[in-house]
Ligand binder design. Structure first.
Ligand SMILES: NC(=O)c1ccc[n+]([C@@H]2O[C@H](COP(=O)([O-])OP(=O)(O)OC[C@H]3O[C@@H](n4cnc5c(N)ncnc54)[C@H](OP(=O)(O)O)[C@@H]3O)[C@@H](O)[C@H]2O)c1
Length: 332
């Protein structure tokens, strides 16, 4: 497993990170969750991503149990704040109150004294940015987080936050956007701004939630046990990708992956890692074999001819519109 710097910081992260959205505490049972984390550790993954909101806060507990007993210095643990975690008026958003309370809940559930990266899960249009950044600075200066990141922020929002972070002497080093062969909305604006300001991307759903593995076939029912059959939450999230034109285009990538000696999943993960502004691809998994398959994308270089062939096949179904990076107009 190769490591990369997280943006322009000294922190190294495994270029393939493991995330537990939808899976831990929800779609997959505890033993499968623990087996996936074990496989990730055995394959050299050191970076783990979660959020206070995942599975109604249970995902952090499962990850905490899975990592218990590991050498803390050998891990980079990331979590997030913003989405609603309770019934109260202040149980969401990026107010000082919610940030200060949520970090303590996350640390308790994860069973750790600090997280390596604390991320604003979305931009909060209803809290002054200064208030949010001052709260993040206190979290860092109290030793509860080492670095600060954001998720799905626009180039303009990142540009507004970076000088505040600098003034407060905290390191704003990353953005966590959706990015895959099919969803490239960060390329036009967010990536150039991030390169200029020294933020790296930690990208989510690099396999479009499993669609880029090629296991969903046009006109067919989704395979049993897949995210698309998880009525609790997964099916709702993946539905937008399960369109015949998308699935037909994805199926046409199969000979390309085979020729490169890669599985479809490896091709998908390797593709996002070709972007030098990407610090890590966060993979999800419902079983350990998937982790063992996907980690083999680390260190793979895709040549220009192969990248061009991918672009030609996918062009009609790729989303590139930068205005699709956005945060809720109302606080959740
Ligand atoms: N910041 C944000 O707003 C945000 C949003 C979403 C996610 N994230 C982060 O990104 C992480 C990854 O997201 P994701 O889970 O959507 O990523 P993904 O890697 O695109 O999809 C993972 C899912 O695809 C399927 N899969 C993966 N590898 C496979 C393989 N080799 N063969 C067959 N199926 C395979 C599995 O689902 P099944 O087996 O169930 O089909 C797996 O759970 C999350 O855990 C979270 O940390 C962040």
């Amino acid at each position: 497993m190769k490591h990369r710097h997280l943006g322009r910081s000294g922190l190294l992260v495994s270029e393939i990170a493991y995330g537990n959205w939808i899976t831990h505490g929800s779609q997959v049972e505890e033993d499968a969750a623990l087996a996936c984390v074990r496989a990730a550790l055995d394959e050299g993954i050191t970076t783990f991503d979660t959020a206070d909101v995942y599975a109604g806060t249970r995902a952090e507990e499962v990850l905490g149990r899975a990592l218990k007993g590991e050498r803390r210095e050998g891990l980079e643990i990331f979590t997030k704040v913003y989405w609603r975690t309770g019934p109260g008026a202040n149980d969401s958003g990026l107010s000082r109150k919610h940030i200060m309370e949520s970090i303590d809940g996350s640390l308790r559930r994860l069973g750790t004294e600090y997280v390596d990266l604390y991320q604003a899960h979305r931009f909060d249009h209803f809290t002054p940015l200064e208030e949010t950044m001052e709260a993040f600075a206190d979290v860092v200066h109290r030793g509860k987080a080492h670095y600060i990141g954001v998720s799905e922020w626009t180039a303009g929002e990142i540009r507004a936050a970076k000088p505040l972070a600098d003034e407060l002497k905290i390191r704003l080093v990353s953005n966590q956007p959706q990015y895959s062969m099919l969803w490239r909305v960060i390329e036009a604006e967010v990536v150039p701004a991030s390169e200029e300001l020294g933020l790296g991307q930690i990208v989510w759903s690099p396999l479009a939630q499993g669609v880029l593995t090629g296991k969903y076939k046009p006109g067919q029912q989704p395979p049993a046990g897949s995210r698309a059959t998880d009525e609790k939450s997964g099916a709702g999230f993946i539905a937008r990708w399960l369109e015949d034109d998308v699935l037909t285009a994805v199926a046409r990538l199969e000979p390309i992956a085979a020729e490169a000696g890669l599985t479809m999943a490896q091709l998908g993960v390797a593709w996002v890692l070709q972007n030098p502004n990407v610090s890590a691809a966060i993979i999800g998994a419902s079983r350990p074999e998937q982790v063992r398959d996907n980690v083999k994308a680390s260190g793979v270089e895709l040549d220009a001819g192969l990248l061009k062939a991918i672009d030609e096949i996918l062009d009609p179904v790729v989303t590139r519109d930068p205005s699709l990076t956005s945060s809720p107009a109302k606080r959740p």
